[in-house]
Design a protein around this ligand. Structure first.
Ligand code: ZN
Length: 264
């Protein structure tokens, strides 16, 4: 594993955001620390004047979107074979909430779900979806990608990406889809069964690892990416339902790797 650098609290707060964009001011809580931050968020989106190619110029705080050299997503092609530590995932039963924040459908986690890698504990903060996939694997795009966003207590970020291909129906996705339609920016309670993520995460958890960024403004870097090699399946109807609820293609185009090391 590469060194992991700490992100600023602002960046962390951004990725934990549960409301967005349409409101000029959002009061938010960075759940990994106790202080509250009030930040201004410029409107951004996936088409027209606020499309990804304009993000870097929409707000000073978004400058990494255009200037960063380790941006995400990417076309994931391994450059190095190494002994990668296993992902130790412990997502127990718990109360969650679901929100359509105008950019994605997101499940917020109240705490207690952890990822441990190389002895370092990350807490699962939220997971959300992109249709079609943001990352590609060996040039291949997928119809759906889930991002599981984790943070350590001091703000290091790790994202596990799970691809979905069309196939058999996924029970956990059904639970999410059954809670549609969602009123924008309004959280709704969502109860999952025990081991709910076992049906979202593939049983085989071999992965690619590389350093990247948030795929949405402010596009902050120093994010540890773990892209699982094995895709999960979702039915054609489930993929269509996710896309319909999100209401657009919410995938940032793939970014230059600039010689990044991609481990497998
Ligand atoms: Zn994402």
């Amino acid at each position: 594993m590469r060194k992991i650098t700490t992100l600023t609290n602002i960046a962390l707060a951004s990725i934990l955001l549960t409301a967005c964009a349409e409101q000029p001011t959002v009061k938010e809580e960075a759940t990994t620390n106790t202080k509250h931050a009030t930040t201004h968020h410029k409107h951004w989106g996936y088409s027209g004047d606020v499309a990804p190619e304009h993000w870097g110029s929409l707000d000073n705080k978004f400058h990494m979107c255009s200037e960063g050299k380790e941006q995400s997503p990417i076309d994931v092609v391994a450059t190095k074979d190494v002994e990668l530590a296993p992902l130790s995932i412990n997502y127990p039963q718990g109360s969650k909430s679901i929100i359509n924040n105008g950019h994605t459908v997101q499940v917020n986690i109240k705490g207690g779900d952890t990822l441990t890698i190389n002895g370092e504990a990350y807490e699962l903060k939220q997971f959300h979806f992109h249709t079609p996939s943001e990352n590609h694997i060996n040039g291949k795009s997928f119809p759906l990608e889930a991002h599981f966003v984790h943070a350590t207590k001091d703000g290091k970020l790790a994202v596990i990406a799970v691809m979905f291909k069309e196939g058999t129906e996924n029970p956990t996705l059904n639970k999410i889809i059954k809670s549609f339609p969602l009123e924008k920016n309004k959280e709704a309670k969502l109860e999952f069964d025990k081991d709910y993520l076992d049906v979202v995460m593939p049983p085989k958890r071999d992965y690619y690892h590389f350093m990247g960024s948030l795929t949405t403004p402010p596009c902050s870097e120093q994010v540890n990416w773990f892209v699982l090699k094995q895709p999960q399946t979702a039915s054609k109807e489930q993929i269509a339902a996710m896309h319909k609820e999100i209401g657009m293609n919410n995938n940032r185009p793939v970014q230059a790797t600039n010689g990044r090391v991609i481990e497998q």
